[in-house]
Design a protein around this ligand. Structure first.
Ligand code: FAD
Ligand code: UDP
Length: 380
């Protein structure tokens, strides 16, 4: 039997945050991670062309949470980076989120002011007081023509569902702008870590109280660890309750990342180019060297094909999955000293900052009484 105070399953944002917090509280922590690396889906590395590349898709940090921003800054330097995305639509290239330039380029209009753009949107949109799904959310904001050109088929490719089959919140992730602002996010803090995300996780986990075991699946070793105070599980919630065969499985989406190394300086003009149409099967192409303006004679691009099978990356937010998830949550709530935390364990479409906040909030809710008697520097 092996013992530890805190056992954590997964070395992504949720697991690493809880490991760091508990280690600083003086607890012995073991993190088991089934992959051969830390950092979860934020993992990045230098590829054969010397370009810092994210293994599981481009990761742009953005938040309005000052507490989260201050927390991540403890573990490395971040430089300002405002993400921009363009989309290829009807053989034209337009900014996404939809803004004045998007409409003028696609429809040959000559909108100049916010009032004119608001007027265009008002004339096109179909109003829904409370959009009940993704389709109504888009129609309510931009109307049917842009819905068809920019959202309907991209969503089908991404989720294998049309927007009407998804929560409104999925399509509401992207704003619509009445000005020329072409930034993908509007948050106050937008940045990338100097030298990459993996370095941040190394710093978080580099503590004498933390042991990280890579290539270790929790379900292979769980009988060896029984004497812990608390277990934090950050994998898919339905995998944990696999033995409850009466419970229906949750849906997930995975991505097939297809990389090409090219003997040319650049492939495209921007880090991310979306392909919202039906003419290709992939959703977007990422050219990593644009992030941080990296220099190399060569380049690498990654096409993203979203698929059903494979590692689960996305929960699929709709009513059906939410009601299945509630059943798992009931089971999870019955357990003592076992906590489910993170994007797949909570089955929530978290961005990175939400995952940090969720883990920090859980730690505070469990440990605030203990923190009162502890070094104040460990509080966040
Ligand atoms: P994860 O990062 O999934 O970590 C869970 C870890 O647990 C994994 O390492 C997994 O291997 C491990 N694990 C699971 N089961 C077991 C087991 N049985 N035994 C041992 N280990 C196990 N967010 C943004 O803010 N901006 C972005 O631009 C952005 N882009 C994204 C692009 C893509 C393609 C994806 C998929 C996500 C993106 N995200 C982005 C979201 C971000 O990746 C997540 O919010 C964050 O990684 C969630 O952290 P987590 O700790 O909950 O989960
Ligand atoms: N979306 C779309 N067209 C686009 C970009 C996004 O229809 O060009 C929709 C699609 O449903 C997508 C959702 O908006 O899943 C959220 O997009 P986001 O870029 O936030 O997705 P992620 O980066 O998490 O894959």
């Amino acid at each position: 039997m092996k013992n530890t105070d805190i056992l954590i399953v997964g070395a992504g944002i949720s697991g690493a945050t809880l490991a760091e917090r508990y280690a600083n509280l003086g607890k012995k922590v073991v993190v088991v991670e089934k992959r051969n690396h830390i950092a979860g889906n934020c993992y990045d590395y230098y590829d054969e062309n010397g370009i810092l590349t994210s293994k599981y898709g481009a990761h742009l940090f953005h938040t309005n949470e000052k507490e989260v921003w201050e927390y991540v800054n403890r573990f490395g330097e971040w430089y300002p980076w405002e993400h921009r995305v363009v989309a290829r639509v009807d053989d034209k290239t337009v900014p996404i989120p939809v803004n004045i330039t998007t409409v003028n380029t696609l429809f040959g209009t000559d909108i100049q002011t916010e009032e004119e753009m608001t007027g265009w949107l008002d004339a096109n949109k179909i109003e829904f007081e409370k959009p009940a799904n993704g389709e109504e959310a888009v129609l309510n904001r931009v109307g049917p023509v842009l819905y068809e050109k920019m959202f309907k088929h991209y969503t089908k490719k991404q989720w294998d569902k049309y927007p009407a089959e998804l929560h409104a919140s999925v399509l509401e992730r992207i704003p619509v702008r009445t000005n020329y602002d072409d930034r993908y996010f509007s948050d106050e803090f937008q940045a990338l870590p100097k030298g990459g995300y993996t370095k941040i996780f190394e710093k978080m986990l580099n503590h004498p109280n933390i042991t990280v075991l890579l290539n270790t699946d929790y379900f292979d070793v769980k009988d060896q660890y029984t004497g812990y105070e608390k277990l934090f599980y950050t994998g898919p919630v339905d995998r944990f309750f696999e033995f409850k065969t009466e419970l229906e499985k949750l849906e997930y989406r995975s991505i097939n990342f297809v990389t090409e190394h090219l003997d040319q300086e650049y492939y495209q003009e921007n880090s991310v180019v979306n392909y919202p149409g039906e003419e290709v099967d992939f959703t977007r192409i990422v050219e990593y060297k644009h992030f941080g303006n990296q220099k190399s004679d060569k380049t690498s691009i990654v096409k993203e094909y979203t698929v059903d099978e494979g590692e689960p990356y996305y929960p699929v937010p709709n009513e059906k999955n939410q009601s299945i998830y509630e059943k798992y949550k009931e089971e999870a709530d019955k357990l003592t000293n076992i906590y489910f935390v993170g994007r797949l364990a909570n089955y929530k479409y978290f961005n990175m900052d939400q995952a940090f906040k969720n883990a920090l909030d859980l730690f505070s809710s469990l440990e605030t009484p203990n923190l009162k008697h502890h070094d104040a520097r460990t509080t966040v």
